[in-house]
Design a protein around this ligand. Structure first.
Ligand code: AMP
Ligand code: ZN
Length: 127
């Protein structure tokens, strides 16, 4: 099967993408939750007592690449955050969800992900 140029470019990006490598279990991570669409890992450099990354298994560079046909997945990412907060019992104390998008936001990993932060993160500096 031959790939067109856009597919080749995307394939190369995924090959070098750290989160794709975690999803494929090519590099280790502390996995908090996983299903067919999503993986949730502990952030390697936590900025809060609870700092999880909710990552879709499909490679999207950022929120900018999401289309309306992906809205179910986007909803699932948010609901996963809500479910984890309930299960881990920090839903009532509060939590923060961040999606850094692009250079000015300081996005450092070019694979869409939600940061889920809780605990007393105000003491831990900003993200
Ligand atoms: P962002 O700056 O929004 O792109 O966030 C990327 C996050 O990924 C940062 O908080 C990093 O600490 C985290 N991170 C980078 N590499 C890894 C890794 N191998 N395992 C877990 N977290 C990572
Ligand atoms: Zn990726």
């Amino acid at each position: 099967m031959s790939l067109n140029w856009a597919e080749v470019r995307n394939h190369n990006k995924m090959k070098n993408c750290i989160f794709c490598k975690i999803i494929k279990k090519e590099i280790p991570a502390k996995i908090h939750y996983e299903d067919k669409d999503i993986i949730v890992i502990k952030d390697a450099n936590p900025k809060a007592p609870i700092h999880l990354l909710i990552i879709p298994k499909i490679h999207f560079k950022s929120l900018n690449e999401i289309k309306s046909k992906n809205q179910k997945l986007l909803g699932k990412l948010l609901l996963t955050a809500q479910k984890i907060s309930r299960k881990e019992k920090f839903d009532q104390n509060g939590y923060k969800i961040i999606i850094n998008t692009g250079e000015n936001a300081g996005q450092s990993v070019e694979h869409l992900h939600l940061h889920l932060l809780s605990g007393d993160y105000k003491k831990s500096g900003q993200i």
